[in-house]
Every structure is written in C-alpha cells, then in structure tokens.
Design a protein around this ligand. Structure first.
Ligand code: NAD
Length: 567
C-alpha cells in the first residue's frame, strides 16, 4: 500500500513537472549594475565647476523662490506663509513657502494611500532606473543648483555642500539601488523545486511612510524620503523649514527622473501639526526620522498613545543627537589630534550630528596641543559662504544662536570653565558664533554631557595615569552613542579601549576624526539616545523599508490527510 502510494506520487510529480517552472512570483529580472562613490570636485580658482557654482549662486541669491506644498501632482498654498532666509545674512529671503495645515496633511495621506497600489506595482528594475537617472542628473546638470541652494540656505561652505548635497545624496541614490538589487537576489531554499517552490516577495508597507528630516544635511532629506519610496512605499516628506530650498530642488529632480507625484508628497508644515496628524492616522506604516531626541521621543510617545488605532504596527526609525568624543592617549600623534579635532568640532559650525564636542587630553600633551590648536584657530575665517576662503559660516537660525550662546554664557560665568579661545557671538547681520574652545575642571559639567550642536568644543585635561578613567567617562557620561574617536600609537591600549568603548558609538574611529562618514564605507547611525541605529548608507537600510512576504507554491495535489506511518 505504502509503496504504491509513493509510485503514484512520483507519477503525479512527473505529470506536473512541466507546470512547476511557472510560479506566481516570477524571478526578478533586474539587470546587473555596479556603482562607485561620487568623486568630490575641487572648485579651484578658474575651474569650470567653480564658474558653474558661482553662476548658480548668483541665480539663487537674486530671486525668492516660491515653494508650493506638493501633494500628488497638485500644488497647494495656504495663508500660513513662511520664508527661508540666509543664516549668514538673515535679512535676505531666499524662498517663500507655506505650512500645510492638518487638513492638507490628511489630504496628502489620502493621496498617498490612493497612489499606493499603482506605485507598488511598478517593477523594482524600473524604480532603479529612475533612481540612477536622478543620481546622474544630480551629478551633472543640477549639481550646482543643489550646492548653491545648500550653501545659501543652510550656510554650508563649498566643500561642505559638495560633500553633502552632491556626493552623499548621489551616493545614497546609487548605493541604495545597488543594495536593494543585491537584496532581491536572496531567496529561501526550495529543497524539492519540482514539488514546492519557495519565494520571498519584497512588498512595500501597507500604509504610508512619514519622512521627517533635519536641516543639516540635504542628503539626509533625500535619503529619508526616497529610499522607502524606491522600495514601493508611498511617502509624505516633511522637510525642515531651514532646508526648504535645497530639499525642494531634490524633490523636483526626482520628479524629472520619473518619480510620480503620488509616490512622494512634499509637505512643509509646522512640526507638531505634521506630527500630530500623521500619528493619528490608522494608515501610518512607518516613521523615518532624523533630528533631535526630544522630537523623536515626542513622536514615539504619540505612536504609543495611538497604538490601538493603527492597522499595522508602525516601524519607527530615528537617528538623533550625539555628544561625540575625541579621547587622546599620551602616545597620540599631536598633529592628527589638532587637525582632526578642529575639523570635527568646527566644520559646518559643529552642526553635524557626528561633530566632536568633548575631548579628553592628557596633561603631558596639552601644552603642545593647546599651542597648535590656538595657532590653527587664528587662521579659521568665519564668514559668508560666498567668500570662498571662509572655513565656517553662520549657525542655522535664531533658536540655534540662542541655544549655543547660552552655553558660551554658562562657560563665561562658571568657575569650573574657562574659554581658551573664541566666545564671541553676533547675530546682528547673520547668526555668527566664533569657534569656541572651553576648558573644564569638571568632566561632568553639562558642557561636557549635553548636545550643544554648535561650534563649541569642551576639553578636559587629565593626569596621564588616569587614562583608563577617561575611557569610562567617554563611555558612560552622556546618554548618547553616536560617534567617538580614540587617538594613540600604543596598539595594545587602542585594542583594549576599542573593546571597552564598543557600546559608546555607532561609528567609531581610531586615529581619525569623529566626522566624515561616507555612504557604503562607514554606514552611519548610533544607539542609546542617538537613535535606532539603522545604518543609512549600509546594506540593510533599503531592505528595512519592505514588508517581505514568504510564498510557498506547491505543484502536486495533496492526496491524503493520513501520514504513511499510519498505514
Ligand atoms: P529637530 O528635531 O528640531 O527637527 C527635525 C525635524 O523634525 C524638522 O523637520 C522639524 O520641523 C521636525 N519636527 C519638529 N517637531 C516635530 C513634531 N512635533 N512632529 C513632527 N516633526 C517635528 O532637529 P534639527 O534641529 O532639524 O536637527 C538637529 C538634530 O538632528 C541634532 O540633534 C542632530 O544631532 C540630529 N541629527 C542626527 C543625525 C543622525 O544621523 N544621528 C543626522 C543629522 C542630524
């Protein structure tokens, strides 16, 4: 009986063999491609890129661009009129924009939900074509529009804009497409493919995704909104008020590359109005956030409060603040420490989430380091970004100016703190703050533990024999764990410290500054209060924005409920 059942099963398999090659989920036909990091241009005097950049700056500073709210294919304007100004000359308006009210945010949700089915059906390979085309447009004819709008609107110097709005954004588009393509190659095993075929289908999420981006990187806005969109999701992108013009430029380039209006809506809004509306929607599928800890905590709590309303559990991704350290061992190379620390602490006015904000320096090296830092500091020009010899420019807005100056005031009034250089703040023309170095007698003073997000570096000079205590302080004295760097030539100490500091930073550097991560080279993100550490610029990031479906298709009839041993 048993053997005849086996024979009949074998016959059925043979009969159905021809059908087995045709399954519901087809193998994806994605042509292979490879990508590389976008090279940085030099902008030397007389170079063509410098001339193009100067022309783009002249164009963008001579107009006030009207930036509509874009929902689907339609433009909207409200009476909640706002302006983006140049932080280094705050009387100069660059863009006029409008806050969406909660009804318009809801309209954007409804539009996204209506567009979801058709956008998800667009094959991945077509989406990759759009993303690669957008990257080429950004690397080519729109490069200097991206750079100029980022320089003027966010007060980045040429090199900082080129790293961000050109290279990093282009890298995000290209590498996320590459990694997603590689991700689709993995399929579950089908041990007997004539009988059963197993497939994994990467679906977009059932709902909409809210992408809420910060002011400080044009590339982050592009990544937060468009990586989920590439994976088949519909997105509401809420840009930062102080990065509107560059972010709108990104939006328009993506439309030109073929991304339909319904896939990503561009929804400038007052933060809480946007946050309150999206977290109340039953269709919220995910939040892709980068910004400060309090904002992320507020959004997370609102999601918690609304949990019973949702159709799916919202996926919460957030990259937040840092209090990043440079920890210097007595064997460190002084020149690397000096140059790396100046760059990390003061480039882009310390407004990088990875900026060095606290340094632990041994007594034996301090006189030499201090002398060299002061000498370099004298050469740092703080000025308008249109003056190409400026090392740094203004901080982003009045609120940031207030916050950063309050730490400088604290340094001036506290007996534990002394300002060794800098300390001047002047917001009469632009929001200018000198690069400031504060020496503290107390390694736990709030200037050493709180995120300042400005050009203020605090230094604690320690007795050389207490270097192990400094490792503990670097690790545990703040709630953050974003970036950190150790400097030294003693290999065994480096290894021991790296091990002990494992949880202190999502991005960890040895004999290098704490800033400057490159897409696909140092995937970025931190844990503890620094975020959910989802590593933008890494392999996993694009796949995070899918809701995979496992499909098992059986090619033979099920002929019995009994198992053979029951015979
Ligand atoms: P922010 O928190 O003030 O704003 C971020 C975004 O959230 C903005 O678009 C803002 O309008 C919006 N927002 C504010 N309140 C909201 C609310 N209630 N609901 C919804 N959205 C709301 O941060 P910021 O000043 O733009 O950026 C600076 C912060 O971002 C720093 O803390 C920095 O460390 C962090 N950051 C982190 C990373 C990282 O990868 N870890 C990268 C860049 C910046």
């Amino acid at each position: 009986m048993l053997s005849s059942a086996r024979i009949s099963l074998r016959c059925t398999i043979q009969r159905l063999h021809a059908r087995a090659s045709s399954t519901v989920v087809k193998d994806t036909q994605i042509p292979d491609f490879s990508v590389e990091n976008e090279p940085l241009l030099d902008y030397l005097p007389g170079s063509p890129e410098r001339a193009e950049l100067e022309a783009a700056i002249a164009k963008h500073e001579s107009q006030v661009v009207d930036v509509p709210i874009m929902i689907g294919d339609k433009e909207y304007r409200t009476d909640l009129v706002q302006h983006q100004v140049m932080p280094h000359k705050h009387s100069h308006k660059l863009a006029k924009f409008y806050y969406a009210n909660s009804e318009l945010v809801q309209k954007a949700i409804d539009t996204a939900m209506a567009a979801r089915v058709s956008w998800e059906k667009v094959p991945l390979r077509e989406k990759f074509d759009m993303w690669l085309k957008a990257a080429d447009l950004m690397a080519g004819k729109y490069r200097q529009d991206l750079n100029a709008t980022t320089m003027l609107g966010q007060s980045k110097t040429i090199i900082q804009a080129e790293i961000d709005a050109a290279a990093e954004l282009i890298d995000f588009l290209r590498f996320n497409a590459l990694y997603a393509k590689e991700g689709t190659k993995w399929q579950p095993i089908s041990p007997a493919p004539n009988v059963t075929v197993n497939k994994l289908r990467l679906r977009g999420m059932e709902g909409f995704i809210a992408a809420v981006s910060p002011f400080n990187f044009t590339a982050i806005g592009g990544n937060l909104a468009y990586t989920p969109a590439m994976m088949g999701n519909v997105v509401l992108w809420k840009p930062s008020d102080t990065a509107i013009l560059s972010n709108y430029t990104v939006y328009k380039i993506m439309r030109e590359a073929g991304v339909p209006g319904g896939a990503v809506s561009f929804v400038p809004a007052d933060g809480p109005v946007f946050g309150d509306t999206i977290t109340k929607s039953p269709n919220l599928a995910a939040l892709n956030f980068t910004g400060s800890v309090p904002t992320f905590q507020r959004l997370w709590s609102q999601v918690g409060q609304n949990l019973s309303k949702y159709k799916s559990f919202p996926r919460l991704v957030g990259e937040c603040g840092g209090k990043n350290y440079h920890l210097v061992h007595p064997t460190a190379d002084v020149t690397s420490v000096v140059n790396g620390t100046i760059r990390s602490a003061f480039e882009y006015c310390g407004q990088k989430c990875s900026a060095c904000s606290r340094a632990y320096i041994p007594e034996s090296l301090w006189p030499e380091i201090k002398e060299k830092i002061l000498a370099v500091h004298k050469e740092l020009k703080v000025g308008d970004v249109r003056e190409f010899d400026s090392f740094m420019s203004a901080v982003i807005d009045a609120k940031a100016f207030q916050r950063i100056s309050s730490y400088i005031e604290h340094a001036k009034s506290s007996p534990n703190l002394s300002i060794i250089t800098g300390g001047k703040c002047d917001d009469s023309y632009g929001y200018f703050i000198e690069p400031t170095i504060v020496q503290t007698k107390d390694p736990l003073d709030r200037i050493m533990t709180e995120e300042i997000f400005g050009p203020v570096l605090s230094v604690y000079v320690y007795p050389d024999n207490q270097v192990d205590d400094m490792v503990k302080l670097a690790n545990t004295s703040t709630p953050y764990a974003l970036t950190g760097a150790i400097f030294g030539q003693d290999q065994s100490w480096l290894e021991k410290a790296a091990d002990e500091l494992k949880d202190s930073a999502g991005n960890f550097y040895i004999n290098d500054k704490s800033t400057g991560s490159v897409v696909a080279q140092q995937p970025f993100g931190g844990a503890r209060m620094s975020g959910t550490n989802d590593k933008a610029g890494g392999l996993q990031y694009a796949l995070k924005w899918t809701s995979p479906q496992a499909i098992k298709q059986t090619m033979v009839p099920l002929t019995d409920v009994k198992y053979p041993y029951m015979e």
